[in-house]
Design a protein around this ligand. Sequence first.
Ligand code: GUN
Length: 293
Amino acid sequence: MEILDGKIVSQAVKEELRLQTAQWISEGNRAPHLAAILVGNNGASETYVASKVKTCQEIGYKSTLIRLEENIEETILVAAIEQLNADSTVDGILVQLPLPKQINEEKIIGLINPDKDVDGFHPVSIGRMVQGLPAFIPATPYGIMLMLAHYKIPTSGKHAVVIGRSNIVGRPMSILLSQNTNPGNCTVTVCHSRTSNLKELCLQADIIVAALGKPGFLTADMVKENAVVIDVGITRVADPSKKSGFAIKGDVDFDSVAPHCSYITPVPGGVGLMTIGALMKNTFRAATQSKGN
Ligand code: GUN
């Protein structure tokens, strides 16, 4: 069993971007610029956004963080996005999700200029991805593809089971794994809350991507010997022994599953770390394609 180490791979991705950015700037271009909008005070969102801003600094990007109150009207957020869309010095725009309930998430995502949609959530980005065109790929599935590529894990002809069908992880993951690319060329089964024979399907899988958000859901009796297991779960579970008062738990029961795998991602230290690297790759791409450059 080998651990797929998100720390090693994300460091490699970031180092490559740092060098590319230095080169880009030395050619007379301005630094790539990511603008993030954070609405409210959701603890997990605060942590993610802080980490994104810090990574921009490490790589040499400019970042702007726009903070809005939890109870704002939708029009305020709309205006903020329109301003960033019109600003030719901003390459990437990210609206941290989830948004407060008075705000229509779908509408907000649809307002972001697709050329700046570094999260890859806009229908234009999704459409391009589905057609196999150059596209901004959502950070989590993109990060997983980068990890599979880094460890040269064979995927062609394999049966991949994706558990979860969210717009930001499960569904794009299933599409990427099925595409005629490397990694890719998998036969993909998408499982979800209505799947009746989930255990049976998982037992047939060469690759399992667990992205349902239920801590410890995937247990050893559901995993074939030598399967590749990718754990996307990042649920906060109360843990008084931790200073923060919580621990981060994956969707995989790591201790029981790991001995049966050929490769497995840990939580923390796996997929989560890759997502920021993937976002940074999208941001560099946005900057180099930007009409403001
Ligand atoms: N919330 C959870 N994951 C993400 C992500 O990848 N991007 C944004 N914007 N919000 C998220």
